[in-house]
Design a protein around this ligand. Structure first.
Ligand code: FAD
Length: 437
């Protein structure tokens, strides 16, 4: 007799990946795994920014929330990213306008800065110690990129963000002491944080409001119905509503989501502690920076005065063998004076890329929602999408529905060919940039 096919789920990691963030994380409680049955108003799958943000918005409204996390709070991209609070989306206004029309584009633009505002509000309200710093800089290599940023500034100003300034070549070294850039756009409504401590702080706030978080509790199946059920290997949670926020690490718990995104990894290193005298020379104003290339570099100074530098992507989501060897040449090109400095931490992490490069939210049924597909730009967006999802669950879906109405397509090529096809596309855009066309 043939055995029925069994889904294979990756084992839940029991600890954080060795990163600078895990090394400098604030103390957090050991959270038990779910054993047995529980019930609540809303069950959230995944304790990253999307999941914890949604759960906290709901708990603030008095709902009873349970979060099920496969590994640990912030184990995924939320606890391992560049920490840059970048406003807007991974596609600019004109692309969104061309693709989805004026009503959607204007509505999205109106929400562009809300994610960053939520972070700032929560840092203050819940007294979260996460090295928050004001200021994000978009660095341009070419006149074409400067024009692109001028247009971004114009659009963002119209939408109410007046904390913006174009910086020319004469002043760009105040932001990053390198000869690489000809200028860029400074957004003082952006900034940076220690992302793991931000998500841990929000998790603690959630628990103070009565929310429960179970770690080591991978959801293996979500059963639909009048009261949907999330199953783990040792228990289940029955809820009025389930929100799926597993993003790139969801595995096959919700099979409908798999064709809609591709796991892509990006890599980060941090140097040894350089000391304030050095870091204040490298980045005198203490802002974070990302450049305008298709395959971009992003960096900033940490709270304990290291350089944290990220860049590059691997389209299969694989972890490259030698992260340091990939990124150190980029650091040395940017700051030759750092040649020979020790790298203390090097890590990789996956985000979920959608074909449109826009985040993807929606309902799998009346009472099962999902958030995923940040496409590498989610520190602010996940906080916004958590709020919108909480609004929809509370019967105020008008803003949610604008986002959910954006069409999202499966990747062409299926599981077999989507990786080479996307890599080919990225190579093409990277090549155009190198050739200046
Ligand atoms: C290297 C890197 C650098 C980045 N830098 C930036 C940046 O500087 N600025 C920016 O805006 N964005 C950045 N991003 C993107 C940003 O980190 C993400 O958009 C964001 O963290 C996604 O949050 P999330 O909650 O949706 O997913 P995640 O943080 O990945 O959380 C998903 C969680 O769900 C859990 N999970 C998965 N499946 C299950 C299951 N079946 N059951 C229970 N739990 C499950 C996982 O263990 C994980 O903890 C970066 C991403 C990467 C990878």
């Amino acid at each position: 007799m043939t055995q029925p096919a069994r889904a294979v789920h990756p084992p839940a990691p029991t600890d954080y990946v060795k990163t600078y963030y895990a090394h400098s994380a604030n103390p957090a409680p050991e959270r038990a795994a779910l054993i047995g049955d529980a019930s609540c108003d809303v069950c959230v799958l995944g304790a990253g920014f999307s999941g914890i943000s949604t759960a906290l918005h709901l708990a603030e409204k008095g709902l009873k929330v349970i979060v099920l996390e496969a590994a640990k709070v912030g184990w995924g991209a939320s606890g391992r990213n560049g920490g840059q609070i970048i406003n807007g989306y991974s596609r600019d206004y004109d692309t969104i306008l061309g693709r989805y029309g004026e009503t959607t584009a204007k509505a999205l633009l109106g929400m562009s800065f809300e994610g960053g505002d939520i972070i700032r509000e929560r840092v203050v309200k819940y007294n979260i110690n996460c090295d928050f710093k004001v200021g994000a800089f978009f660095a341009a290599f070419t006149e074409g990129q400067m024009k692109f940023l001028e247009r971004r500034m114009q659009v963002w100003k119209q939408a109410g963000n007046t904390d913006l300034e174009m910086i020319g070549k004469d002043r760009v070294r105040e932001i990053s002491d390198t000869g690489l850039y000809i200028g860029g756009l400074l957004d003082k409504r952006g900034g940076h944080i220690h992302p793991l401590n931000l998500v841990l702080g929000q998790a603690a706030a959630l628990e103070k409001l009565g929310g429960r978080i179970y770690e080591q509790s991978r959801v293996t199946r979500v059963e639909r119905g009048a009261r949907p059920v999330a199953y783990t290997s040792n228990g289940k949670v029955t809820a009025n509503t389930i929100v799926v926020c597993g993003n790139a690490y969801i595995g096959d718990a919700v099979p409908e989501l798999a064709p809609r995104f591709m796991s892509v990894s990006s890599q980060i290193v941090t140097t040894e502690v350089l000391g304030e005298a050095v870091t204040s020379q490298l980045m005198p104003r203490g802002y974070c920076l990302e450049d305008c290339n298709f395959l971009l570099d992003y960096y900033r100074i940490t709270g304990d005065h290291r350089l944290l530098f990220g860049g590059g992507v691997v389209y299969s989501g694989a972890e490259p063998a030698d992260i340091q060897r990939r990124l150190v040449p980029h650091i040395e090109r940017t700051f030759p004076a750092l040649k020979g400095r020790k790298i203390d931490f090097a890590w990789s992490c996956n985000f979920a890329l959608t074909l449109t490069r826009m985040p993807h939210i929606g309902r799998l049924s009346d009472n099962v929602y999902f958030i995923h597909g940040d496409s590498g730009h989610g520190v602010t967006t996940c906080h916004l999408l958590g709020r919108l999802t909480a609004e929809a669950i509370n019967q105020q879906a008008s803003r949610y529905d604008v986002f959910a109405s954006m069409k999202n397509y499966p990747f062409p090529g299926g599981r077999m060919f989507r990786v080479p096809l996307t890599a080919l596309g990225a190579w093409y855009y990277g090549m155009r940039e190198k050739l200046g066309i």
